[in-house]
Each structure stands twice: as structure tokens, then as C-alpha cells.
Design a protein around this ligand. Sequence first.
Ligand code: SF4
Length: 124
Amino acid sequence: MPKKNDLEQNALQIIMETGSKGVLQSELWRKINASSREGSRISIKLESKGLIYRERELYKGRWTYRLFSKRKPITIDSIISCPCLTCAESSKCEAGGAISPNKCEKLTAWILKSVEVEKTPPGE
Ligand code: SF4
């Protein structure tokens, strides 16, 4: 029988892999070979740790939850729009210099926008 932490870790990994599609909790319990009671406990625990969020969904006439990860796998997409990649000042830009990431408005705006996108659940 798998340990509780192994089940949680497996569940979180699967939820992360489903990305913005999320996964129905019943489908997840099947994949990790957990009972619905055990699975519900895991999803509540992951949610209370701030790792996932749940959205109610009507599936085949019954209310259930779809689970989404708050963590996103790291991809090149996460930095492709960073202004530094195409900045004409990049060769002169350095910490403590006249042109610096510490005081760059373009970089600050990009970071703040990226954080907002991360905090917004899909569909909102
Ligand atoms: S921090 Fe600002 S100035 Fe420096 S390379 Fe990035 S966008 Fe350009």
C-alpha cells in the first residue's frame, strides 16, 4: 500500500501535468489507485497547502470537483515575452549601473503582469 505522502505527491504531479485543463477528482483517484474517501482527503489537504484549487463541475449528472494546480511547470513560454530578450539596452544593462534591472520600468511591468496571470485561475 502506498504511503500517504506518496499518494499526495503522485496526485499533485498528475494535477500539474493536466495544466489548464485540470482533472476530475474521480479520474485522479483512479490514476493513483485511491478510494474516493482517501482521494477527497488528499485534495482537501493539497488545497489547504495552497498547491491546488478546486472548481465544482456537473459531470454525468453529479456534482464533483475539477482540480487545478497552482504551480505551473517551467517552460520557455514563461519567459518568451520578457522585455530583456529583445531589449536594445541589454548590453549596457547591469545591476548597479546607469541602466539596471533594479530600476527598469519595462521589466517591472512585465514581472507584475506575469504574477497577475499566474494568480488568475483559468476562465476568469
Ligand atoms: S532590465 Fe530593462 S533595460 Fe535591462 S535588459 Fe531588461 S528590459 Fe532592457
